[in-house]
Design a protein around this ligand. Structure first.
Ligand SMILES: [Zn+2]
Length: 309
């Protein structure tokens, strides 16, 4: 059974229960990471996973609540390795390559630490104790700036991106669809509801969607754009005909005991599939749904209307 590990299910404001975005999909034992927000590396270990499990990381965008633990993941994965790990392939919209270079490149912020750990006798001895053979190799990471379309095709999975609508033109945002033999799962990242994300998600088994607040609250506060609330998430899920929904990037209003119930009720008035409000450090099963072709609306006229702001 395919799994979804939710490491971060909140936004940029830290709360006791939630902070930032980070997810790992486990399909057939392969672990694929989407976003690397606050404390993702530590939460990964708390969830029983390890940085060396991760060979593929996809960034939806470069807001800090989605990427700030990237240096921690890079440094820990490198330090834990004994030179036998696979390349870490990192994909994301613009700035992914330059951020990587500015962190761990030759003149990067962490170059001094990489140099110290490769050359100080203590670090070298620790490396040998872990089973490594000197000299300590360089970090094995390949970063790729990518855009909409097929992003990566592997032996057992494919990742496709669509342009999300979030904070352009300051930086680009992508939604991703992961297709595997065990099913398809889509990550909206941060976006307002939009047709390109609906098209990407069409017929997917699981939709992991931003759901920051009740749309009524977003509208009251004048911030009902660039992000997705309950109604928008429900409309995207219904229009795309996805098998089930997982809510992430959940704000405090929705997170309260009453908010959870009311939020899911509001969503189920539009989308009649299963809705799970995720919590951090929880692992969820998801699976391929058998779609009757009538379940996936193909005719734009026949679809419910996307909630527009
Ligand atoms: Zn964002």
């Amino acid at each position: 059974m395919a799994k979804l590990h939710v490491l971060g299910s909140g936004g940029p404001r830290p709360t006791m229960a939630r902070f930032g975005s980070a997810h790992i999909v486990d399909v057939g034992g392969r672990k694929i990471m989407f976003d690397c927000g606050p404390a993702a590396t530590y939460k990964m270990v708390q969830a029983g996973l390890h940085p060396l499990d991760i060979d593929y990381l996809f960034f939806t965008h470069h807001h800090f609540d989605h990427d700030v633990d990237y240096p921690c993941l890079l440094m820990t994965r490198w330090d834990e390795s004994i030179g036998k790990e696979n390349t870490l392939n990192v994909f994301g919209p613009n700035n992914t390559e330059s951020i990587t270079e500015r962190l761990v490149g030759e003149d990067g912020a962490f170059a001094y630490d990489l140099n110290a750990r490769q050359n100080h006798p203590l670090s070298k001895a620790m490396f040998e104790l872990r089973g490594g053979t000197l000299p300590r190799p360089n970090m094995n990471v390949a970063a790729h700036d990518v855009g909409p379309g097929t992003v990566f095709t592997g032996n057992d999975f494919e990742v496709t991106a669509a342009p999300a609508e979030h904070v352009e033109p300051f930086h680009d945002s992508l939604a991703y669809r992961l297709d595997t033999e065990e099913g398809s799962i889509v990550f909206t990242g941060d976006t307002q509801p939009c047709e390109k994300v609906v098209d990407l998600a069409r017929g997917a088994d699981a939709l992991v969607t931003m759901c920051g607040n009740f749309d009524s609250n977003l509208e009251k506060r004048g911030i009902a754009w660039g992000q997705t609330g309950t109604l928008g998430a429900a409309e995207v899920a219904a229009e795309a005909g996805v098998g089930e929904m997982f809510l992430v990037h959940v704000g405090p209003d929705l997170s309260s005991p009453e908010g959870r119930v009311k939020g899911i009720q509001e969503i189920n008035e539009i989308y009649d599939g299963k809705v799970t409000m995720t919590d951090e450090l929880q692992t969820y099963d998801w699976h391929a749904h058998v779609h009757a072709s009538a379940d996936v609306p193909a005719d734009p006229e026949g679809r419910p209307h996307i909630h527009r702001h």
